[in-house]
Design a protein around this ligand. Structure first.
Ligand code: AMP
Length: 425
């Protein structure tokens, strides 16, 4: 098979690593890719926002399957455009991608199909939104309706913070994405990520994970795209797993089918484990980054037949096998991230780090220059490991991190602290 992967982050490096391991694959390209992906795939210079250029590449290279990593091309309808050109693509249609592209869409779906989530209302004007938060009080959550690169959510602890968030969004801080605002009940509890592979009718659970969104240890500082993750999480017990499947994932797949926009691809549910049971607080329509990195390390089965079964509506009798050992990843980021940071600083010691037992390093924002690896983004490296326990995986990862010489980088030192504390008892 000829496969084209779209994207350039750590998620795509992990996907490339897993896809390249498939005996079904004869050629693998990645557009645009990065220095790490270049070890697994042929990187091609292609503007993935230019759907005609992607289609032309596929035709010229007899591509059998396109795998879309990030959400932006999905929301822009790349899967629809490829399908019209007769090219198979893994991921949801533009309409189905609204589950991530519009928070109001998802909340309305939850309301219609009784999927547990926080109470909410949708607003088009600041005045109405302000009146609502004043009536509800704080804490409360203010969300830009559309895609805002992970920055469109403000968890307001005070009324003043909520009012400021509303003003900022209606003043255009997120452009069109903030023209509508969703205001949602604050959900207290432990936050987990849950992934399912869907084919429009059937959903099969992948695995659970826990991400760490805040930039600093002890979950302090601003939110980021994710500073580390591990899988599986002990907080998703078999009972909670079944509740998430039966109350959240399966009704969503059924509801989307009923609405005439069947969901195919990876459904990534952000779930709060509340005192009243699991509640959905957001959907994403693709693998999480960095959760994908740990899922790929744990997946025993060949991923390619699973991607094809999702595209072809054949998941019904499909089975995926997983390694039981937990996997953990720590993100190394450029100092200053998620704010301003420098590019072009040199990273050494990656080969020594990768020699540690169980360790795999996926690259995100990197570029190769004159034989050296240079930082080229905010989140730069994913240092990953498996182990017999989360504690063992964590200690392997931090041993690897300590081999990496990058004066301009930093990472959290406490990824998976909750699971490690639970293992200690
Ligand atoms: P998002 O950008 O949608 O991933 O949201 C960012 C973060 O905001 C999430 O990871 C949660 O920690 C938090 N969040 C979102 N919605 C809620 C909610 N209703 N209650 C509490 N926290 C929330």
């Amino acid at each position: 098979m000829h496969i084209l992967l779209l994207g350039s982050g750590g998620r795509e490096h992990a996907l490339a690593w897993k896809i390249a391991a498939s005996p079904l694959v004869t050629r693998l390209w990645c557009a645009p890719g990065n220095a790490g992906i270049a070890r697994e795939a042929e990187c091609v210079v292609l503007d993935i926002a230019d759907h005609a250029a992607v289609i032309a590449f596929c035709k010229n290279n007899a591509v059998d399957l396109v795998v879309v990593g990030p959400e932006t091309p999905l929301a822009a309808g790349i899967v629809d455009d490829l399908a019209k050109a007769g090219i198979k693509a893994f991921g949801p249609s533009k309409q189905a991608a609204q589950l991530e592209g519009s928070k109001g869409f998802t909340k309305d779906l939850c309301r219609e199909f009784n999927i547990p989530t926080g109470a909410y209302e949708r607003f088009n004007t600041a005045a109405d939104a302000l009146a609502y938060v004043r009536a509800q009080g704080a804490p409360i959550v203010v969300k830009a309706d559309g895609l805002a690169a992970g920055k469109g959510v403000v968890v307001a602890q005070t009324l003043a913070e909520a009012e400021a968030a509303i003003a900022m969004m209606f003043e255009g801080a997120f452009g069109a994405a903030g023209a509508e605002v969703v205001i949602e009940e604050y959900l207290a509890g432990r936050e987990i990520s849950f992934f399912a592979l869907c084919d429009g009718e059937t959903a099969i659970p992948l695995a659970s994970a826990q991400d760490h969104k805040r930039v600093f240890d002890h979950d302090e500082g601003p939110n980021t795209g994710g500073m580390g993750a591990y899988s599986p999480t002990p907080f998703v017990t078999p009972e909670i797993h079944d509740q998430i499947m039966s109350r959240i994932i399966l009704p969503t797949v059924a509801g989307m089918k009923k609405r005439g926009m069947p969901f195919r691809g990876v459904l990534y549910a952000g779930v709060m484990l509340t005192a009243q049971g699991p509640k959905l607080f957001e959907y994403n329509v693709r693998f999480g980054d960095p959760e994908c990195q740990v899922l790929m390390l744990r997946m025993m089965s060949d991923i390619v037949p699973a991607l094809l079964a999702s595209c072809d509506g054949q998941l019904k009798n499909f089975n995926l096998r997983w390694y039981p050992d937990p996997a953990l990843t720590v993100v190394m980021a450029a100092k200053g991230y998620p704010g301003d940071y420098k590019k072009g600083t040199r990273i050494d010691g990656l080969d020594d780090a990768a020699k540690i037992e169980g360790v795999e390093i996926f690259q995100a924002g990197t570029v190769a220059k004159d034989g050296a690896i240079l930082a080229n983004g905010g989140r730069v490296l994913n240092v990953c490991a498996t182990g017999k326990t989360v504690t063992e995986a964590q200690s392997r990862v931090y041993r690897a991190v300590d081999c990496i010489r990058w004066s301009d980088g930093f990472c959290r030192r406490d990824i998976a602290w909750q699971a490690v504390a639970a293992e200690r008892g």
